[in-house]
Design a binder for this molecule. Structure first.
Ligand code: SAH
Length: 238
């Protein structure tokens, strides 16, 4: 059990013994919300620096630094699936981002489908949720978040050699065998895929249809169920 709070710091780290500057928001979080004191231990991390044990130095209420004590985890090559999903209502989309990050998604690809009812995404908000989830689940990397694009465009651009598992409800699908290292999962919007989209999906060379059981799941539930099912069968543990 790790008690020290983890903080993602999106900047290059100096050598051991030196400090990384903390901004006003980070200071508020550490000193006011978590009530950390001067000299308390925290962990700071990012993709390039790995994870470091650090000591908090409070200079002012809204300024301080994390003094790097020792590296506790070396940087790692992020491994995990791509999640292609139709943005949902705000709370449900937030859940998809949070749970997807916890489940190891390395890239989120939001897509517009015929029945997508949200046509705008807030990339900054998405990233903030992903960072918070990464801090909580002991990840070192923050997943990438692609701009919104039409599903048809994503499918046209998708490398044929990389499997894209499409969760299609009410469709007989062969059970999934071992899942390759590099793969994607596609989950539809609340309204499901249209007939035209289903036809397109069922003829695309990279698509492998999967069932998530006989019950019809909400799209956010389907994301977690699909990620868990594929992770279980994955040749690479995530
Ligand atoms: N409104 C639609 C259901 C959409 S469910 C209807 O009533 O038919 C939202 C998305 O979750 C679907 O597009 C699909 O990708 C996924 N999903 C939900 N339940 C599923 C299941 N049992 N098997 C496979 N995919 C499922």
């Amino acid at each position: 059990m790790q008690d020290a709070p983890r903080l993602y710091l999106d900047l290059p780290f100096p050598p051991q013994g030196e400090g990384v500057a903390l901004d006003a928001d980070q200071m508020r979080y550490l000193a006011t919300v978590l009530r950390l004191q001067n000299g308390d231990t925290l962990h700071v991390f990012n993709e390039a620096a790995g994870e470091w044990e650090a000591r908090l130095e409070i200079q002012r209420k809204d300024r301080g630094q994390a003094l790097l004590v020792a590296q506790v985890r070396a940087p790692e090559q992020p491994i995990g699936p791509v999640l292609v999903f139709a943005p949902l209502k705000r709370d449900a989309t937030d859940l998809v981002l949070r749970m997807g990050t916890e489940m190891g998604v390395t890239r989120f690809c939001p897509v517009i489908t015929e029945r997508t009812n949200t046509h705008r995404i807030n990339a900054e908000r998405f990233r903030a949720i992903a960072i918070e989830a990464a801090e909580q689940c002991e990840r070192l990397d923050i997943p990438l978040i692609d701009p919104l694009r039409p599903l048809t465009q994503l499918l046209a651009e998708w490398q044929g050699s990389r499997a894209l598992y499409a969760a299609l409800e009410r469709q007989e699908s062969e059970s999934v065998g071992v899942v390759p290292g590099d793969y994607g999962l596609l989950i539809g919007p609340e309204g499901g895929f249209s007939e035209t989209e289903r036809r397109l999906l069922n003829t695309h060379e990279a698509i492998i249809p999967i069932s998530l059981g006989k019950r019809i799941l909400r799209a956010d539930t389907a994301v977690v169920a699909g990620l868990a099912q594929l992770a279980f069968r994955s040749s690479q543990s995530i």
